[in-house]
Design a protein around this ligand. Structure first.
Ligand code: ADP
Ligand code: BMX
Ligand code: ZN
Length: 292
C-alpha cells in the first residue's frame, strides 16, 4: 500500500510494508491546480505498481470528496474529488482521513494501546487535532471532531483581531500556526519572515519573536485547558514542524503554569515525530482492510 500525508505546505509519501514505512519522500504542496496535477504525476511515477492507497489530508473528507474548514490553507481544492484523482493517478482504490486524526491514531496504535483519552495536536500550516477516546478514533459524523485549531482562545493575535479562513474570529489557528506566526511577525517587523525565523529570533533573544511565541503558547495552553475540561485528557502529543520545533513543548508547559493545576494536561512531543500522519494512515487503512 502507498501512504500519503497531504498538508498545507508539504506532501509526504511512503510504501507501507509490514506495518512500517519504506522509501519515504516529500514534495512541496503545489500552489495551483496545474502544479498539483504535475506533482501527482511525479508521485505516481515515483511509486509505480501500487494496489491500494491511503491518504491523510488536511481538511474534511467524506471518504471521497475534500472540503476545507479553512479554505485559505489549500485554496484551489474546494469540493475536490481527491479520492477519485488519486485512484486515477495510480489506477487503484484510495481512502482518505483527516491528517491530524490519522496522526492521533498512529500515536495511539504505535505507542500506547491504553484505553485512555489522547489528543494529538499539529502546529503546522494550520493547527489540527485528532482524538482517540477510550481506544476509539473519534472523527464524528462530519469529520470535525478534534479541530482544536478553530476554537477561540479568548486572546487576539498580536497584529490585531483576525478573521480565520473558517469564518470565526481569532481562532487558535490565527495565533499559533506556522502561517499565523509568519503573518504576525511580518506585520510587527515590517519585513517578510517565516515561522522558522520566528523561532530562530526567539532563541537569539529577539523581544518581538519572544512576545509572539509567548502569545501563541498562552493561547495553546488555554485551548488545551478547555479540551481537558471537556474530555478529561490523559495526554496531548504535539506534532507538525512548529510543534516539533526546539523549545515549543517546554514553552507550552511553561504557559500552563499560569493555569490552576487541574487544567494542566500533560503535553509531550509526538513519539512518531513528523511521521505520525503517515504511520497513522497506514495503520488505519490496514485495520479497515482486515476488518471482518
Ligand atoms: P504541513 O502543514 O504541510 O503538514 P509542516 O508540519 O511542515 O507541514 O508545517 C508547515 C509550517 O511549519 C509552515 O508554516 C512552515 O513555515 C513551518 N516550519 C517549517 N519548518 C519549521 C521550523 N524548523 N521551525 C518552525 N516552523 C517551521
Ligand atoms: C486546518 C484544517 C484541518 C487540519 C489542520 C492542520 C483545512 C484545509 N485544514 O485547521 O483539517 O487538520 O489545518 O493541517 O481546513 P496542516 O495542513 O497544517 O497539517
Ligand atoms: Zn478558524
Amino acid at each position: 500500500m502507498l501512504v500519503l500525508d497531504i498538508g498545507g505546505t508539504k506532501v509526504a509519501a511512503a510504501r507501507w510494508v509490514g506495518g512500517r514505512l519504506q522509501d519515504r519522500r516529500q514534495w512541496p504542496m503545489p500552489p495551483t491546480p496545474e502544479a498539483w496535477r504535475q506533482t501527482l504525476a511525479l508521485m505516481a511515477g515515483a511509486y509505480p505498481g501500487m494496489s491500494r492507497l491511503a491518504a491523510a489530508v488536511t481538511g474534511l473528507t467524506d471518504g471521497r470528496v475534500w472540503t476545507a474548514v479553512n479554505p485559505q490553507l489549500v485554496s484551489f481544492w474546494d469540493g475536490y474529488a481527491l479520492a477519485d484523482a488519486l485512484t486515477q493517478a495510480w489506477q487503484c482504490p484510495a481512502v482518505l482521513l483527516n491528517d491530524a486524526q490519522a496522526a492521533a491514531w498512529g500515536e495511539f496504535v504505535s505507542c500506547d494501546r491504553q484505553p485512555g483519552n489522547l489528543l494529538f495536536m499539529t502546529l503546522s500550516t494550520g493547527v489540527g487535532g485528532g482524538l482517540v477516546l477510550g481506544g476509539q478514533l473519534r472523527s464524528g459524523l462530519r469529520g470535525l471532531a478534534g479541530h482544536i485549531g478553530h476554537v477561540g482562545s479568548g486572546l487576539a493575535p498580536l497584529d490585531g483581531n483576525t478573521r480565520c479562513g473558517c469564518g470565526r474570529l481569532n481562532c487558535l489557528e490565527t495565533i499559533a500556526s506556522g502561517t499565523a506566526l509568519a503573518r504576525q511577525a511580518s506585520h510587527l517587523l515590517g519585513k517578510p519572515l517565516d515561522a522558522a525565523s520566528v523561532f530562530a529570533g526567539w532563541h537569539a533573544g529577539d523581544p518581538v519573536c519572544g512576545r509572539l511565541l509567548e502569545r501563541a503558547t498562552q493561547a495553546l495552553s488555554q485551548a488545551l485547558a478547555d479540551a481537558h475540561a471537556l474530555l478529561d485528557l490523559d495526554e496531548v502529543r504535539l506534532g507538525g514542524s512548529v510543534g516539533l520545533a526546539p523549545g515549543m513543548v517546554e514553552a507550552i508547559r511553561q504557559a500552563q503554569q499560569a493555569l490552576p493545576a487541574r487544567f494542566r494536561v500533560a503535553v509531550a512531543p509526538a513519539r512518531l515525530g513528523a511521521d505520525a500522519g503517515l504511520i497513522g494512515i497506514g495503520h488505519w487503512a490496514s485495520d479497515r482492510l482486515n476488518a471482518p
